[in-house]
Write a protein that binds this ligand. Sequence first.
Ligand code: ADP
Length: 449
Amino acid sequence: MKKRIFALSLLITITAIIIYVLISAQIGYNIALNKDKECLKIYSNFYNQNIQFNQDEAKNLSIKLDGARVTFMDKTGKVVADSHTKSINSSYKNREEVELAIKNNEGYAVRKSAELNKSMIYYCKKIDNGLLRISIYTTTQSSILVKSLPTTAWVFAIDIILCVIFTFFATGYVLKPVEKLAKNFSKSDINETKYKELKPLVDIFNRKNKEISRQVTLIEEENKLVKEAQNSKNEFISNITHEMNTPLTSIRGFAELLDEGKMSEQMQKKAIKTIISQSERLTNLIACIINYNEINNDELPSYDVDISAIAVDTIDTLMPFFKQHNVTVETDIDEGVMLSSRQERISEIMGNLIRNATKYNKPNGKIIVTIKGGSKKYLQVEDTGIGIAKENLDKIFSRFFTVDKSHNGKNGGFGLGLAVVKKLCKKAGWKLSVESELNVGTTFRINFN
Ligand code: ADP
């Protein structure tokens, strides 16, 4: 950029100098011409009536006039005498100055003399006995230009030196704010300038900076989500592996013992029972995982379902389970509460909540299932069970989370039930909440609207 500014300022000054030299030459030439014209007019006053129209008188007058050429002509422009040539009797009536003098009493002309081969200025004037013409050498524009060449060369040299100095300081001074801006651009988001010419540039910088930071934030957020998804996937796989490991080790251990054939009949029966129950657990686990994953892809349409009827059915189906755990069930169910969903989704939710309220209850415990319709439609499953510690209340909805692993063993849960409930509620836009007190009981509630 500095080079460009230097070249440009050099070009401008050189052009200015050329124009200046040309104009000065023209002005100088005009001044010189005017001076010559005045001089010729003064010279013409040296003529008087006593001077004869002949060659000698012409030469004498020429000497008096510093060697100026003197020509005497008759009234028609025919040469009678000439101080510088002998070619008399020829007619000058067509010469510009002669034509003018015949017409207007006097006339000037500038041209190259054919006889003397030099640039001359001619002055012709009417006198009593004819025409008097006086001419002297005059200058030309080109000779003025040639004369001014040494001065012009000096001016050129000084101009280039000044140009270099000026460009060095001026560009440094002018470009300083731009350089400062460029330096700060990568550092700060918002740039400011006191120069109004730079304002549009700064505005563009600021806009671009903002856009870049927005894109960076988006990319960072996307990366975070991808990382979270990756972590969650890894955690999921590691949990599944962990859950599968226990029954598989148990099955393999008992199968090897059976293979050795050294077990008593009673032990053999126990081993076979364990292999069967652990295989069932594995099958359950796989079914649970498939079910959990299927919720993500479930795009089946919803329809109006009677959740009161589904609750009654679920409770009826679980009766043997309640008996097994020695709990009683109370209901407070409004009849015919309708909801836009699917029957299997509601059954899944209710099954999970009521089974948990049974599994994590105390002997002789109670479960209360409430369904209310109207503007504040909700389902509530309350129990008088073991409760959940405050620090675990958030975690129970995470996949594979179980409060007590030993308890988990006894109840056979994989920690996927509440994760499924949470996912179904989230998909449907229902609000799931839990309240619990250790050793007092737990209440799960879903507000449908
Ligand atoms: P699980 O298959 O272990 O029951 P869930 O996802 O249904 O898995 O529940 C996660 C954990 O939350 C359970 O292991 C249990 O510790 C706790 N929990 C769930 N419901 C109750 C409840 N009604 N009372 C006490 N604890 C509960």
